[in-house]
Design a protein around this ligand. Structure first.
Ligand code: PAF
Length: 266
């Protein structure tokens, strides 16, 4: 029997549903975890305000054929209390220091720790993660390789609203004006994709164009717009192999991410 795990922090949307659908299509049983993980939030981040609606999550999971939901308490996951632990799983190369790691220095240590724990508890054959968190996906692939987990990691495409905005539980923080302004992320992604499709190989030119587009939106404040190697997360200047164009942008107080990948033969 093949068991698939869909790790989530709840407040599920169609992006999560697409992970469950993929898992259902590839596995005999699908377990979703629904746990807002304190160790991946830094001081001053949105741990307390992170949206939660477990009943709605269960309804969505059932509708999409999920077999079981794992919804532990913080103390069950972190028995030291207060979401603390003495043991972390951490990648020590530069992968977690790039992109989101620059402003969220403990984030990926918390993600790797909780995902390791979920792997040990659920013991899945396959685990499903969204491509929207491209750095997280790359880091988890690396962790699975380095710790010999023997779990197949399946990356699933970004799911977007009809107008282009990438689905995110954090979109709920946006007021109507910010919701309109947030479209600048996907517009920059589509512009970058178009440039790459038209043959632009200079990653710096694409990043510059995307950056300038975002800077024209008064409500947007760029955290980063970068081109990196899609596996190592090292910055690149030219598109070769798998190149990830990724961004994090504040719209008001809400930090949103988006990205696209360009694959070319090396
Ligand atoms: O992507 C998320 O929602 C979280 O980072 C994850 C993988 C569920 C770990 O808490």
């Amino acid at each position: 029997m093949t068991v698939g795990l869909v790790p989530t922090m709840g407040y599920l949307h169609e992006g999560h549903a697409s992970l469950v659908d993929k898992a259902v299509s590839m596995c005999d049983r699908v377990v979703a975890s629904d746990f807002v993980n304190p160790t991946q939030f830094g001081p001053g981040e949105d741990l307390d305000s992170y949206p939660r609606d477990f009943d709605r999550d269960c309804a969505l999971l059932e509708e999409h054929g999920c077999s079981m939901v794992f919804h532990p308490s913080v103390d069950e996951m972190y028995p030291d209390g207060g979401g603390k632990t003495a043991t972390y799983v951490e990648i020590l190369n530069d992968m977690p220091k790039q992109l989101c790691g620059k402003t969220r220095p403990i984030h990926f240590r918390g993600v790797c720790t909780v995902v390791s724990k979920l792997f040990n508890i659920v013991m899945p054959d396959k685990a499903f993660f969204g491509q929207k968190d491209a750095q997280q996906l790359a880091i988890i692939r690396r962790m699975v390789r380095d710790l010999s987990y023997g779990i197949e990691i399946v990356g699933c495409p970004i799911v977007r609203e009809a107008d282009g905005l990438a689905k995110s539980s954090r979109n709920t923080y946006l007021n109507p004006e910010e919701r309109r302004a947030a479209l600048v992320l996907s517009k920059a992604v589509f512009k970058g994709q178009e440039m790459a499709e038209q043959g632009e190989k200079d990653a710096r030119k694409i990043v510059k164009e995307m950056t300038e587009m975002i800077e024209r939106e008064p409500l947007a404040k760029i955290d980063y717009v970068s081109a990196v190697d899609g596996v190592t997360m090292e910055p690149v200047e030219t598109i070769t192999g798998t190149t990830l164009f990724a961004m994090a942008v504040y719209i008001g107080k809400t930090r949103l991410i988006d990205n696209f990948i360009v694959e070319v033969a090396k």
